[in-house]
Ligand binder design. Sequence first.
Ligand code: AHR
Length: 709
Amino acid sequence: MNKLLQTSAAAMLCLSALSMQAQNTKLTLDLTKPGVAVSPMLYGLMTEEINYAYDGGLYGELIRNRSFRNNPTKPESWLLVSDGDAKSEIKLIGGNPQSVPRNEQGNAINEALTSCLLLTVEKPGTRSGIANLGYWGIPVRANTTYSASFYVKGAAQTLPPAFGRNNNNANNQTIVPIANNTAGPITVSIESPDGKTVYASGTVNLANTPFWKKYSLKLTTGNVTPTKDAHFVITTNRTGLYYFNLVSLFPPTFNNRPNGNRPDIMQKMVDMKPKFLRFPGGNFLEGPYLGDHFPWKTTLGPIDGRPGHTGSWGYRASDGLGLLEFLEWCEDVKMEPLLAVFAGYSLNRDHIDAGPLLAPYVQDALDEIEYVTGDVHTYWGAKRAADGHPAPFKMTYVEIGNEDWFDKTNSYDGRFNQFRAAINKKYPKLKCISTIDEKNYASLRVVTGPKPYMVDEHYYQNSWQMQEDAFRYDSYDRKTSPKIFVGEWATREGSPTTNLIAALGDAAWMTGMERNSDLVLASCYAPLFVNVNPKNDATGEPSGMQWASDLIGYNALNSYGSPAYYVQKMFNNNIGNHVVPVTATDLPMLHIDTAGKNPPRGRKQKPTRPSLYFVATKDSKTGMVYLKVVNTADHEQPATLDLKGASTVASVGSVVVLKGDHPEDTNSITDPEKIVPVTSQLSGVGKSFSHTFPAYSVSILRIKTNSAK
Ligand code: AHR
């Protein structure tokens, strides 16, 4: 047991029921010698398509179901516009690409764009057309230019004689009710749902052709009042058949990337200063069934060639945010990719045995790594260059699979080793991460060959459990344990984003990871994003959330960080390069107040816990000491802070504090900044000084010491 734990345990024995008693807490920071080095990759991000993270989230596209493949039976998210005495209708064509009725064949643009929307206008009335609802609305901002594009063909093609597959309905030819279209303008607009307010509008001149043609235009708003509730509308005042596909609308994106991301959410990540991005999952890597895993090859190139795929969280992924976009996201946020490769295991617990059957998947992973890291002389590096990014991406870690502990057949040992051998043969410097951690799943771990370089541990717990686990890594055996990657973790209290008590649980847990960052080399909170729109019973639109308790929330127009987001930002922005050992005396304790919810894997909870958690690091170049202290108690707590071995200490430092009045306090889309960190001057600093930590708070004290190690 290390010294901190001895102190904590002793305190537990003698200080039960003392939460309100006078206390003489002292934290001693030992600056006489540096503690363990802080891992340069300690804090990163984890992402997957969950909670409408990309489609309806980070990815800039505003049109939902842009290529009409989200639902095989109806044109979901699309409405008919039929004003005045119009006689018009819309119909999904080729909704199920596996079984396209004879009278709907001949309308694909390519293998990816196989379904489309037919607008039939027999009588245009005031206007006839189609409207897209967006992801719970199309957002409108003032003085903003949007890029719209879509494919249209303006007449039915003459069908070839029936042959080949899918000749069902061969005798069921639709009699086209009207003659061919006339060429001429159609109107494209962003407008209110009732059509009375037009925020931006333009026209394109349609050709009268039975062949697909792509049209593009810009739509610019004036000094309008922002709204999240608009529709995107394309209308005509002429009779005809209008086939639509790949209807797209982009607002300005971060760094003006074409096919890019939402600036507000990107900026939130930039502000966090994460070191890596774990992607593409999570469950999204694996997919529900074999064959549904992240299809990185069909996520490359122009969006016109991307079919999208099933997804793992109950909705289809457009894959508009594909492999290169993940990598450019890393580039924009200045973080490294940490790529998870599909390892032959799906969510329905099927697996592919190691051996020849697995070999194509191993090759696919090698190709994918080459796309990320290969130079332009490699096959996939050249493909990346052709896609617009000649420079390879730096990558240190690759993860083989996701949560393979669910596979109770023990197949992971063989699968992991087959991937690792091939990866390390071609990329000896790449470090392979196993998804099975040794402590929790001893019987399922990788046993063949050398220990995996790192193992991925996941923790989703309540605040009490996270606080208790702040000491977890203090006792890992440094000689026998592989390095740890905490690839998913979160304190799950509060929804859709987490609340203050969750943020305190997170912060307590992070003190443990930071103190042990010789062992815990990398960590990332999950899930990162949530679209906070609730289920709409009137329209049948589902909720944007599949997983409660997330870090960053948004609707179509605005985004906000949870208190936990600010904890992440505070921790990442205030960290040295080595740990300063801290010992505590008279550490205050709390009793558990309610029976623990959601106990992790049947673990019994301890009846008491400290109410202060802490870690200190120092930057050896600047001499800056960062002392992080979490006070989970409902009252302020004073402590004496001793800087043992400091030769000089600046009398003025600064302190950044996140706090709230109640454990359930939180941020939300309507109250986004209720709990945010506040920085203030810290005076009276010395080799020994006292400081009071507010109730329910996370404090980071920045203390300037002599710059010697
Ligand atoms: O983060 C949500 C899910 O939790 C991830 O997709 C999966 O890896 C884990 O079970």
